[in-house]
Each structure stands twice: as structure tokens, then as C-alpha cells.
Design a protein around this ligand. Structure first.
Ligand SMILES: NC(=O)CC[C@H](N)C(=O)O
Length: 292
């Protein structure tokens, strides 16, 4: 099997690209970090790659809303690239943390859920409740519709950095194949998943799109919104990751690239037996396996 080629997208403010490329390499892929400026100069460059990964960080300083500027730049200048990875063939897309924020702003994770016309939509700045800027212009046809879901500020209103337990739901997500549970670090300020309304949440749930959820240590999800810090941001249905209908496009807020080695586990010195690798590596291996 030829190693699949991964485009790890960089933008001003990206800060997890080196670790993410390393995780893909360790899993058997061939990864290159490519700046968004190089792609806009040479838009055909993306054709060399089968996997697009948007890594974590603070692209464009998280200005306006986290992920908004990079998503807008991609939508306006790299439309062919989005089509190549999202719509065409067997290609894969992974968005980690800031990368998930970008994918949510692009609307590719929640595509397929009905978006009713807003009653009083007047301009690009029209917002649905909750009235916060995360709701504006989130999806490709934004402005006159409210997207099915968005990511907004954590409940406590600040950056949170901690390890979290995650449960995998039954979904078509390629990256989560044969994984039940993971223990990964999260580090974000704008990672709270909020659905437009109960109907949008139910549509996403029943379509198997809510692929990854915060859970307690035993893997249980006892309530619709688990208390802090089990659910570190207060997001609806404890959602930590969402996939598209095909399962080839996946975004998650926690960082799998920060737990690829057993010694990255916070209690590794106290564990009697060391696993072969960290929980996050399986996700990258699943991506490589997809092309086998
Ligand atoms: N870890 C990351 O990708 C950065 C976090 C993100 N931009 C936020 O604070 O919401």
C-alpha cells in the first residue's frame, strides 16, 4: 500500500501542525505542512493529496470568531480544494480543534440538516438565538438561514485546558472505526457545541452525526449535558466531535495528536502496564487504513 499523502493546512496562528504531521507519519502516512498562501498561489496543489487535515491553533488570532477567517478564505479562494476533499471520491478530511471550528464555519459537518428560513432575516448579520456572533454566516448559504449548529464560547467564558474522557457513538466515522472510548486533552475557549434547536439536534443525532461525546471515566453519559468538568464546555448532548453523512469528514475539539505515545498520558508513571501507544494514534491509523 502506498502511504496516503496528507495536506496539513497552515495559516497564520496555527500551532499544532508539526505534532499533527508527526502523528500522521507515525501512523504510516506521508504528511506535508502547507501554508494556505501557497495553496491560493497554486490552487492545483491540493490534487497531490488524499487527506486534508486542518490542525489546531488560533488561525488569524481567532478574530471575529474562532475559525471564521480561515473558513471564509477557503470558501472564497479554495473552493476546488474543498470540493476535492469533501465531495469527491474517497478522500478524507480531519479538523482538530481550530480545524473543527473551521469545518463548522464552512458548514460541511452539519450539511444535510434542514435549515429553515429565519422569520426576520434581513441581512448577513441576522442571528438566531443565542444572539452571539458565532451564529452569523456559519454555513455556505448563511445570512438568511441559521446553521443547524455552531461552536461558541465555553460556558464559563474562558479558555479551558484539561484531559477528558470520550465515548464513540455508532456512526459511519472512518477515523473512529473500532474505537469505543478515548482519553485525550482538550484546550479551547470556543468549543461549546450548540444546536440551533431541538429539531436540528435530533436530526443530527438520528443521522449518526454526533460521533464523539464527552463521558465519565466509565464511559457513561448519564445526562443530556454532563456537569463541568466532565463536559468541559457545557455543549449540547455532550458533543465533542461531529462527522458528515459519509463519515469521511470529521471534526473534533479534543486533540488526538497530543496523545499518540503512552508517555503523554498524565498518569503514565503510575500505570503498572503501559499500552503500546496513546489513544489518539488509532484515529490516524484508521485514516491510513482507509486507503489500504
Ligand atoms: N487548541 C486549539 O486549537 C486552539 C483553541 C481555539 N482556537 C479556541 O480557543 O477556541
Amino acid at each position: 500500500m502506498a502511504a496516503p499523502r496528507v495536506l496539513v493546512l497552515r495559516a497564520p496562528g496555527t500551532n499544532c501542525d508539526v505534532e499533527t504531521a508527526h502523528a500522521f507519519e507515525l501512523a504510516g502516512a506521508s504528511a506535508e505542512r502547507v501554508h494556505v498562501g501557497r495553496l491560493t498561489e497554486n490552487p492545483a496543489l491540493h490534487k497531490r493529496y488524499q487527506i486534508l487535515c486542518i490542525p489546531g491553533g488560533f488561525s488569524y488570532g481567532d478574530d471575529i470568531a474562532a475559525g471564521r477567517i480561515l473558513a471564509t478564505r477557503m470558501r472564497h479562494h479554495l473552493d476546488d480544494m474543498i470540493h476535492h476533499f469533501v465531495d469527491a471520491g474517497d478522500n478524507l478530511v480531519l479538523g482538530i480543534c481550530n480545524g473543527m471550528q473551521v469545518l463548522m464555519r464552512l458548514g460541511v459537518l452539519t450539511d444535510g440538516v434542514e435549515t429553515p428560513q429565519l422569520a426576520n432575516a434581513a441581512s448577513e448579520d441576522s442571528v438566531a438565538s443565542p444572539s452571539d456572533q458565532s451564529w452569523t454566516a456559519d454555513s455556505a448559504n448563511a445570512g438568511h438561514v441559521a446553521p443547524p449548529a455552531t461552536l461558541t464560547w465555553n460556558n464559563h467564558g474562558r479558555f479551558e485546558d484539561r484531559w477528558v474522557h470520550l465515548a464513540v457513538d455508532q456512526t459511519p466515522c472512518v477515523f473512529l472505526k473500532d474505537i469505543d472510548q478515548m482519553y485525550l486533552p482538550m484546550a479551547h475557549a470556543e468549543g461549546k457545541f450548540v444546536a440551533r434547536d431541538a429539531d436540528a439536534l435530533e436530526q443530527l443525532r438520528s443521522a449518526g452525526r454526533l460521533a464523539l461525546r464527552y463521558c465519565d471515566e466509565s464511559g457513561q453519559i448519564e445526562s443530556e449535558t454532563l456537569p463541568f468538568p466532565v463536559n468541559p464546555n457545557g455543549g449540547d448532548a455532550n458533543v465533542a466531535g461531529v462527522c458528515d453523512a459519509s463519515g469521511r469528514v470529521f471534526g473534533l475539539m479534543p486533540h488526538p495528536e497530543r496523545h499518540i505515545d503512552a508517555t503523554q498520558h498524565p498518569f503514565w508513571t503510575r500505570r503498572k502496564e503501559q499500552p503500546e501507544h496513546g489513544d489518539g494514534l488509532t484515529m490516524f491509523r484508521n485514516a491510513v487504513q482507509w486507503f489500504a
